[in-house]
Design a protein around this ligand. Structure first.
Ligand SMILES: NC(=O)c1ccc[n+]([C@@H]2O[C@H](COP(=O)([O-])OP(=O)(O)OC[C@H]3O[C@@H](n4cnc5c(N)ncnc54)[C@H](O)[C@@H]3O)[C@@H](O)[C@H]2O)c1
Length: 333
């Protein structure tokens, strides 16, 4: 088992990670799951830990990452008289982790929670860095807080039941980590077929990259914006399809976002082609929505100001630069 130290908590990666936390130090425990992680992951977790906990189940899917489901969580915690000496265990993908972490951070002004990510996206990305929240008024993560879990326990065994499209969705964030920070990592993932990937090693490398960045800049004032590569367009693409009633996966939106944003980057054409061809051969990319519609969504993104859109772009494969601003006219050109 590997341990990566974050600011005030540890991330444990490996088969033994589920036993790395002392659950017995709490008076009461609750486990948050969705129907898929209840079926596929909960038995593995309970077998490894043997703990007694109340179960809180929410329906799976981004459309349930909202305040209504938070109320369901708060109601259950209240009805079982959970106090500040209790723990919420978020066993699931990014939706369970983001929403459970937010619900725990706001219940009685904050109770402890731990993240047990079960999707690749949650393992390599959302469980690390303390961003928590829910969607509101069609806007992604519009309501939320920064707060760290007590620990993150990552056991790659959960990936065995993860559907292939969800695995790919998480892999988009792996590609992002390589593109923004590590050319050697990019070369490694480019030559390794997905079925041959050593996920434990991939998770470790991605967690290290993300952790270094968020530890330097926990509140996203500067360096952390590097993680937004592909996401300025990506979030707009996600919102566009969500409003249309045809949601696309986060990673699918981000993969198109990375192609569009590498095209805006000051990198040579050879690298642009290398990125676009790897991404389009690996992911199922959604159809590009009209640019004007995307710009409207970008306007309401909390990272942008006035008439300028803020991007993180590449200097080259493995290196990125934050705060690259474009006006609407420049983008429409
Ligand atoms: N907090 C952050 O820093 C951060 C970063 C990136 C993304 N996010 C958020 O993460 C969310 C996306 O996360 P996600 O892709 O994990 O979505 P998700 O939580 O909806 O999980 C995807 C699907 O996989 C299922 N699933 C999860 N683990 C499984 C397993 N082991 N076996 C079988 N099925 C399993 C889930 O039930 C769900 O149907 C978005 O809401 C996004 O905004 C947050």
């Amino acid at each position: 088992m590997k341990e990566v130290k974050a600011s005030d908590y540890s991330i444990f990666i490996g088969q033994e990670s589920l036993q790395a936390y002392d659950f017995n130090s709490y008076k009461q425990l609750a486990i948050l799951v969705d129907e898929n992680t209840k079926r596929d992951c909960l038995p593995i977790f309970l077998k490894a830990t043997n703990i007694d906990a109340i179960l809180i189940e929410i329906p799976s899917g981004e459309e349930h990452k909202n305040l209504e489901k938070c109320q369901l969580i708060w109601n259950l915690l209240s009805s079982y008289h959970f106090d500040r000496n209790s723990l919420l265990i978020n066993l699931g993908g990014g939706v369970v982790g983001d929403m459970g972490g937010f619900a725990a951070s706001t219940y009685k002004r904050g109770i402890d929670f731990i993240q047990i990510p079960t999707s690749l996206l949650a393992m390599v990305d959302s469980s690390v860095g303390g961003k928590l929240g829910v969607d509101f008024a069609y806007l992604k993560n519009q309501i939320g807080v920064f707060n760290n879990p007590k620990a993150v326990l990552i056991n790659p065994v959960f990936l065995n039941s993860l559907p292939k499209n969800q695995l790919l969705s998480g892999f988009a964030e792996v590609v992002k980590h390589a593109l923004i920070a590590d050319k050697r990592y990019w070369k490694e993932i480019k030559i390794t077929p997905l079925e041959k990937m050593n996920w434990e090693s991939i998770i470790l490398q991605s967690v290290i990259i993300k952790n270094i960045i968020v530890t330097q800049d926990p509140l996203e004032k500067g360096e952390r914006k590097k993680l937004n590569f592909g996401h300025t367009f990506g979030h707009a693409i996600e919102s566009f399809y969500l409003k249309l009633g045809k949601p696309v996966l986060h990673g699918e939106a981000i993969s198109l976002g990375m192609i569009l944003e590498s095209n805006l980057s000051k990198i040579n054409n050879e690298e642009k082609l290398e990125i676009a061809s790897f991404i389009s051969n690996t992911f199922s990319i959604p159809k590009k929505p009209p640019l004007r519609a995307l710009l409207e969504w970008m306007k309401s993104d909390k990272k942008n100001r006035k008439e300028k859109i803020n991007f993180t772009l590449l200097n080259g494969i493995g290196s990125s630069i934050i705060n690259q601003e474009f006006t609407f006219d420049e983008l429409l050109d």
